[in-house]
Ligand binder design. Sequence first.
Ligand code: GLC
Length: 553
Amino acid sequence: MKRTGLLVFLCLSSAVAAAPTRVERWYDHAVIYEIYPRSFEDTNGDGIGDLNGITRRLDYLKGLGVDAIWVTPFFPSPNKDFGYDISDYENVAREYGTLADWDRLVAEANKRGIRVLIDFVLNHTSDQHPWFKESRSSRTNPKQDWYVWRDGGGPDKPPTHWTSIFHGITWTWDPRRKQWYYHIFLPEQPDLNWNNQQVRNAMYDVARFWLKRGASGFRLDATPYLFEDPAFPEDPHPPKPGQGAALEPYNAGLAKGSEVLRELRAVLNQFPGDPVLVGESLTANIQSLARLYGTKQDEMQLPMDFLFANLKTLDAAQFKKQVDAAESELGGGTPVFLLSNHDRVRAWDTFGDKKHNEQIAKLTAALTLSQRGAVLLYYGEEIGMSTMPPSELKTIPLTAKRPQADARDGERTPMQWDAGKNAGFTTGSPWLPLAKDAKVNVAGEEKNPNSMYHWYAALLKLRHENAAFRDGDYVPLQSGNPKVFVFGRRTERNEWALIALNMSDAAQKTTVSGMPGEFPKLSRVLLASPATANPPASREFELAPFGVMIAGS
Ligand code: GLC
């Protein structure tokens, strides 16, 4: 018996030794700060932000504690979709600077321990890209198959009636080729044909170009839409008039997409420093999100969790459900949490009730930044910048610098740096006016120890310095109160952080249960709103309206 026991022990211990130990990778707990370069900082007085403006603010970003920045497109573009329609993938648009400015940005960022990710628009190019110009020139040119061309039933009868995400149908008739081309977004954003190996190779070369120039990876734009069902079936549930396309089985999430992601990941794997693929990965459910990591974890490292990001009300049960799912159903992949970005109303306004906005914004910051996994922050979120309301946006005249109105410009107003002219964003005339709340600014926030900025900086500091917070496992718990979301983070050495979030405007009692083992002894408050020095003494405690309690063992 004894010998068998020993044998079992030996087998087990060698099995344990052979199992891969969890290797910590930079992106597993990274905070990635999204910068809309047009609106961040203008250094040449033209009213449009630029790459040098980002370089100038790197010390600020280091002080805040971010691990990486993701810069949205700064490449040459006719700006029909503000840079998401690219006409040259391997250059910098004049308004944003030069390739030398990019090199300097990367060098200076890396010196401060900050990685730089860029946006990679895979699905489509601009209609002004030389590839498309060539492709549309004839049916026999060498790039004739680089985009998605179909005959349909002639100029009056498109191949299908699919709806584009930006409204209208997904097909535009080209009088020269006498064919229709496909675009899930604007007609000026024709979809590339990813079935064509030359297209793939050309795009992988683009990835190599930027990786060689110091990019630490890519945020992949619009990943669900790379492939279409080759049968181009008719839409069984056409969207209602005025409604954009949704994820549909024929236009999104096709299995071939994972082939491209694997190939692209293999390109990244040839570069040092663990470059990363962050995905704009809308999915219908958690199982589809899980698949994006790859069956062998060989696709995206960081597909964004839009199931979490799309929750629009402070509902503790819903947030718990999504975080529990991200923790239990992503096959060990690193979850990616976010609430704001350049396409959606800022969290400040989505969740704010106009009375407790500040407490609520502190709560939503804690909700994302206390999680295990990577977190995306959108510029200005850390000072509580608001979204310009549509009614105000509509009154702003169009100019050469803002040739067309975009409903999303409300969340793209210039960064608010100080109390000076144009909140310190530009000495010229800004391409888009500042938001009404421009009196809130970085300089003021830095001076006030209770500010939103210091709350964010404290959370980011915890993520770097507190072991449980940095990469402790997520421990799902029960709060005994539908208004309270409570969970734990625990290291292998049993170091604890307990996070309790009251998602209501009234004080709430919580009775924490579901602990594996004893309720931990919480000896200190790591961070709390409202501030207090008293950690919960037992598993029963009270939280202030929209209160946050983060206590550590
Ligand atoms: C993504 C971008 C969005 C852009 C669209 C088309 O959704 O985030 O800003 O308009 O792709 O490229």
